[in-house]
Design a protein around this ligand. Structure first.
Ligand code: CUA
Length: 156
């Protein structure tokens, strides 16, 4: 076997072993978890019968504070539109009843992956009035690009 070929074989198999080792160490000793904010688990088949996802929507929980319970599905969100006054802090809790979806509000740090069986949570304050899109940024099928909703922040 030519010397160069041998060297490349060693580099190739060496990096394969290294990558498997990194993945293995992260999964076993560092407790590799699903993406951030996915502590609570639910049963995706029965999620619509379980609180709070049996009644998704916006709930006022304090002065300028809301809880938004959102159920995502192919290809949309329930509720589709959320209206809040300017300066509101919204605690999002979102899950998926079918496949992996995303929840991203462009221009804000809100960027969640919605995995069936998990509840993703994030808190965002809306200080600027206007209309914000939220959209699915995880490819989920034929209707992926029409999967979006709107947050209307009213000037008070
Ligand atoms: Cu849901 Cu892409």
């Amino acid at each position: 076997m030519p010397k160069l070929e041998k060297i490349w074989l060693i580099i190739g198999s060496g990096s394969l072993v290294l990558f498997l080792l990194i993945t293995g160490v992260m999964a076993v000793s560092m407790g590799l978890n699903p993406p951030d904010g996915m502590q609570t688990t639910v049963e995706p088949d029965k999620v619509e019968e379980q609180a709070p996802f049996d009644n998704p929507g916006l709930e006022k929980i304090g002065p300028n504070e809301y809880k938004a319970t959102i159920l995502s599905f192919v290809f949309g969100y329930d509720p589709h539109t959320i209206t809040i006054p300017k300066g509101s802090t919204v605690h999002f809790e979102i899950t998926s009843k079918d496949v992996v979806h995303g929840f991203h509000i462009p221009g804000t740090p809100t960027n969640l992956m919605l995995t069936p069986g998990h509840v993703s949570e994030y808190t965002q304050t809306f200080n600027e009035p206007g209309e914000f899109l939220f959209l699915c940024h995880e490819y989920c099928g034929i209707g992926h690009e029409v999967m979006y909703g709107t947050i209307i922040v009213e000037d008070t």
